[in-house]
Design a protein around this ligand. Structure first.
Ligand code: 4NP
Length: 149
C-alpha cells in the first residue's frame, strides 16, 4: 500500500502546493501519494499563487492545476503523514484532530526531514526571492524526508 503524505500550510496557495509539486516530482515511481491543504478556508478552490506557479515552472514542475482546499478531520484519518510548514500550522492542524492517532501524524516538515531550519516561512507578503527561498527549502525537506523513509 502507498504511503499517503499531506502537505499543510495556512492558505494552501503558496507553500503547501509547492511542497506537493516538489514531493510528487521527487517521489515519482516510489510508493507515495501526496496532496495538500490549508488550515484556513480563505482561498478554497483557488489555483496556487502565481509566484508559486512561476518558481515551480522555472524548475520544471507544473502546479498550475492544483486547487486550494481546507484541512479536515477526515484528512487526519486518510493520510499517514501530515507535514506542516510552521508552528502555527501545527497548532491549527492539531486543533482539527479528535484522536491521539491523528495527532501523532502531524510533524513540522523541517523537523521531520532533519533539515537545519525551524520552519518554512510564509512568503505571501514577500517577493519573488521569498518564493525562491521557499522552493529551495521545501526541495531540501522533501528530498531529505524521502531519503529517511
Ligand atoms: P500559504 O501562504 O499559507 O503558504 O498558502 C498564505 C496564503 C494566503 C494568506 C496567508 C498566507 N492569506 O492571508 O490570505
Amino acid at each position: 500500500m502507498k504511503t499517503k503524505v499531506l502537505m499543510v500550510c495556512l492558505g494552501n496557495i503558496c507553500r503547501s502546493p509547492l511542497a506537493e509539486g516538489v514531493f510528487r516530482h521527487l517521489a515519482t515511481n516510489k510508493n507515495f501519494t501526496v496532496d495538500s491543504a490549508g488550515t484556513a478556508n480563505y482561498h478554497n478552490g483557488a489555483a496556487p499563487d502565481v509566484r508559486s506557479i512561476a518558481v515551480a515552472r522555472k524548475n520544471g514542475i507544473d502546479i498550475s492545476n492544483l486547487k486550494a482546499r481546507q484541512l479536515t478531520n477526515q484528512d487526519m484519518d486518510d493520510f499517514d503523514h501530515v507535514l506542516v510548514m510552521d508552528e502555527q500550522n501545527r497548532l491549527d492542524a492539531l486543533a482539527r484532530c479528535t484522536t491521539e492517532m491523528q495527532r501523532k501524524k502531524i510533524a513540522l516538515i523541517t523537523t521531520a526531514s532533519g533539515i537545519d531550519a525551524t520552519h518554512v516561512p510564509d512568503p505571501y507578503y514577500g517577493d519573488e526571492n521569498d518564493f525562491e527561498f521557499v522552493y529551495e527549502l521545501v526541495y531540501q525537506c522533501c528530498s531529505a524526508w524521502l531519503a529517511k523513509q
